[in-house]
Design a protein around this ligand. Structure first.
Ligand SMILES: *[C@@H]1O[C@H](CO)[C@@H](O)[C@H](O)[C@H]1NC(C)=O
Ligand SMILES: *[C@@H]1O[C@H](CO)[C@@H](O)[C@H](O)[C@H]1NC(C)=O
Ligand SMILES: *[C@@H]1O[C@H](CO)[C@@H](O)[C@H](O)[C@H]1NC(C)=O
Ligand SMILES: *[C@@H]1O[C@H](CO)[C@@H](O)[C@H](O)[C@H]1NC(C)=O
Ligand SMILES: *[C@@H]1O[C@H](CO)[C@@H](O)[C@H](O)[C@H]1NC(C)=O
Ligand SMILES: *[C@@H]1O[C@H](CO)[C@@H](O)[C@H](O)[C@H]1NC(C)=O
Length: 533
């Protein structure tokens, strides 16, 4: 017993010695982004590190959505100067989201609201000197922030944190590729919000480029405005804050995502938010068991929490109902936000639920397929749990997610406008429920993912510990960052080579002509001579 106690206290001592102080900056502005940062915190906390989770309350309504394991949770409360008009305007936007056509121009317009709120949030953090004082009393080894704002990195600078990590909760951010010197090739790498796959024609490549450039411009506007808030500390160069980062975590999985070149600072941790062990231990309630046993086949419908099912145009909703009526032997479980269900009365095989235990249902054999909007969270869950799905992306990065997963042949992609197309919807539901190839391919992908060489959690722990000890790594900063596109793509060299070939060719032609003229001259001279003779 004594020996055991001794070992336990030794272990305790060891974990204190090897535990690092980490600051994770995660404004409460969108559930999916917060969830991703929370998973990083959970992972590091479980590994014994002293994580401080810093949350400016950008959106009051999201305060209680944060489920995070951390030693210290610090909220930065809204003050009277803070102005946020995102939610009212955002609600309006979300109602139109079902019917507008995605384009690079539309994206820029949408991002105006996001820009305003991000800058306001940074101001909120800076004004709170009490929080700053508390944090200044701790020596942090490392900080982790999402690069949708420069605020976290600049704040780390004030706190004297040298080792910084950026973590992208989306598959990749176009502006980060450019800022950390990663090769960006819009010719075959779909931009984050692009509607295209990796095979594009001339026009599509142009549009993909516009998606990418549009996002970069938006983020530059945000950073320019945010960095003004740090003039008191003489911090003015946000480009350097990015290049000084030690590591870039990206929520992308190389076995699922479109292939693209990355630099060594970029580490893929896609799938970190899918906790397979926890999901496999989840139990469904009796109510759910009764629903699932009722018919032979079950299909789940969820469009996530941002674009609301209740805002789907009524013609499309009726059309979905007409299709559902054609499958009386299948139970459809629809995540739906409102009790106002008059439009859907007297249909036996449909169950409306305000909340669904999504991962437990996807993990259940009795659920045959999923109809999803393809948010990255749901996309990863689908892939890891091996369910066939119909993906109907609505906006943002969802088109890219749908295109990405379709390459693995376990899903069918439709456009949101197809919700009004009876024949296509019927055909797709029939295929996804009854064609073996979809479930076979989906299961194969899941089995691959469960055996990938590096577990995302293990990766996060090892890399964060490594950075905390040895970072930053200025020698990992690629020179390409200081070069122009002309230099990077060798356009100057190609031009010089082309020019020298051209000169040589001209010279050659000129010489041949001279020679020819000379010979011609001689032969004419000879002829004249002969004639004269
Ligand atoms: C853990 O972090 C907090 C800051 O949130 C700090 O006050 C505390 O001293 C740290 N603990 C250790 C053991 O360093
Ligand atoms: C955000 O929008 C509000 C209302 O339009 C405005 O008063 C505020 O100044 C804006 N904030 C920034 C940082 O642009
Ligand atoms: C910022 O720079 C000014 C002028 O060089 C200097 O007087 C001031 O102390 C600096 N402030 C900080 C916080 O370093
Ligand atoms: C539903 O199942 C019943 C009984 O198995 C069968 O007779 C009927 O044809 C099925 N209906 C459809 C539309 O598949
Ligand atoms: C998906 O299907 C296409 C067309 O049948 C095939 O060429 C491709 O190899 C398949 N991909 C996978 C990952 O199975
Ligand atoms: C880029 O240029 C800056 C300023 O000249 C220099 O400090 C930095 O080390 C350069 N970075 C690389 C990777 O060459």
């Amino acid at each position: 017993m004594r020996v055991l106690l001794f070992f336990l206290s030794l272990l305790n001592l060891l974990t204190t010695i090897f535990s690092y102080n980490a600051l994770i900056y995660s404004p409460a502005f969108a559930t999916s982004h917060m969830n991703f940062m929370a998973h990083l915190s959970d992972t590091l906390t479980e590994a014994g590190h002293n994580v401080t989770f810093l949350v400016p309350i950008s959106e009051e309504s999201l305060r209680n959505r944060i489920k995070v394991r951390t030693r210290h949770l610090i909220n930065v409360e809204q003050d009277e100067i803070y102005e946020n008009h995102f939610w009212e305007a955002g609600d309006e936007l979300m109602q139109t989201v079902w019917t507008y056509v995605e384009s690079p121009e539309k994206n820029k317009e949408k991002f105006k609201l996001f820009e305003n709120r991000t800058i306001e949030t940074c101001g909120l953090l800076i004004r709170n000197r009490k929080v700053l004082e508390i944090l200044q009393n701790t020596k942090f080894d490392v900080s982790i922030t999402e690069p949708l704002s420069i605020c976290g990195l600049a704040y780390s600078k004030i706190l004297g944190i040298e080792k910084t990590i950026i973590a992208s909760s989306c598959t990749m951010y176009d502006h980060i590729m450019y800022l950390i010197g990663e090769p960006d090739h819009p010719s075959y790498v779909p931009a984050m919000q692009s509607t295209y796959t990796d095979k594009m024609n001339l026009y599509e490549r142009y549009q993909n480029y516009q998606y990418s450039v549009g996002f970069i411009e938006t983020m530059q506007n945000v950073f320019e405005a945010e960095i003004q808030l740090f003039s008191e500390w003489n911090i003015s160069n946000w480009h350097d804050l990015y290049s000084e980062t030690s590591l870039h975590f990206v929520n992308s999985n190389p076995y699922i995502d479109f292939p693209r070149p990355i630099i060594q600072k970029t580490v893929s941790i896609g799938g970190i938010s899918v906790n397979l062990e926890k999901i496999k231990s989840e139990k469904l309630s009796d109510e759910w068991n009764n629903i699932l046993y009722k018919r032979n086949q079950n299909m789940l419908i969820s469009f996530g929490s941002i674009a609301k099912s209740m805002d789907i145009p009524i013609e499309w909703k009726s059309n979905i109902l007409d299709v559902i009526k054609l499958f009386p032997n299948v139970t459809f479980i629809w995540k739906y936000e409102s009790d106002d269900l008059e439009w859907a009365e007297n249909i036996e095989n449909i169950v409306f639920m305000k909340w669904i235990p999504q991962t437990a249902l996807l993990n259940d054999k009795r659920v045959n397929a999923f109809l999803t909007h393809g948010g990255l969270g749901s996309t990863n869950e689908l892939a890891y749990l091996g369910k066939p799905a119909i993906m109907i992306p609505i906006f943002a990065d969802q088109m890219r997610n749908a295109n990405m997963l379709r390459r693995h042949n376990g899903t069918i992609s439709l456009s949101k406008f197809d919700l009004g197309n009876l024949d296509l919807l019927k055909k797709s539901i029939n295929s996804i429920l009854n064609y073996q190839k979809y479930s076979k391919n989906a299961e194969q992908l899941a089995s691959l993912l469960s055996k990938q060489p590096m577990e995302p959690k293990e990766t996060v722990i090892k890399y964060v510990e490594f950075v905390s000890k040895f970072g930053p790594f200025p020698t990992m900063d690629p020179s390409s960052r200081n070069m122009s596109k002309i230099q990077i793509y060798m356009l100057d060299i190609y031009f010089i080579l082309f020019f020298s070939y051209f000169i040589t060719l001209i010279g050659f032609v000129f010489t041949v002509r001279l020679l020819f003229n000379y010979l011609n001259f001689r032969s004419t001279k000879n002829k004249t001579k002969n004639k004269l003779n």
